[in-house]
Design a protein around this ligand. Sequence first.
Ligand code: URA
Length: 230
Amino acid sequence: MKLRLEKYLVECGVCSRRKIKKAIAEGRVTVNGAIEVNDATEVEWNIDIITFDGLIPEKKELKYYIMYKTSGYITAMWDDNKKTVAELLPDYINKNSVAPVGRLDKDTEGLLLFTSDGDLSHAMAHPDRNMEKTYYVELDKDISKDDIISLESGVKLDTDYTSLPSKVEYISSKSIYLTITEGKYHQVKKMLKAVKNKVVYLKRVTFGNLTLEGMLPGEVKEISREDIEI
Ligand code: URA
């Protein structure tokens, strides 16, 4: 199957798409022995011979993992002082090749996706995608019907930004499921703050079509690209 030269090199994971475009334009890429400066040139795996800075890159195997994050870890791959989610990844996972998609706060638990697929990561995190994320939220104070209506129609956060419409499923007076399609910094906590409440426990239970079903806290499991509906 033919694909654009730029995409071929993205799938080899040589560097970011932007840097690849630049490298092609700079004449650092050859196709079958000749410099190729058009990133849209069609090439084919195992037929055309591509070099990048004189080396023949190979297709990178793309990996996907779901983590059931526990509290106490920041969403970063390294940090000088704080514990990171990288510490929850088992040794068999190449920590240099995967990165989390989006972030959860240090004290937030739940579903965090890791992948080496930069394109997918970008697509899932993009605001225009409206990826649904459902959070299980425990509250400090009772939630009222009016609060639920406000949360569902959009509330003004302390940043002056008004949240997009969301869905609330009432569980009890102090617990709800909140489904949002955006991911502003501390979004759920800020939304509850906007209705004069406070989040005391937060867990992301779904991310798009992905769920934590069958997983235990701290567990990481490999999934395939086909498991992710996007
Ligand atoms: N909203 C928050 O406030 N925190 C998270 O970790 C995720 C969503």
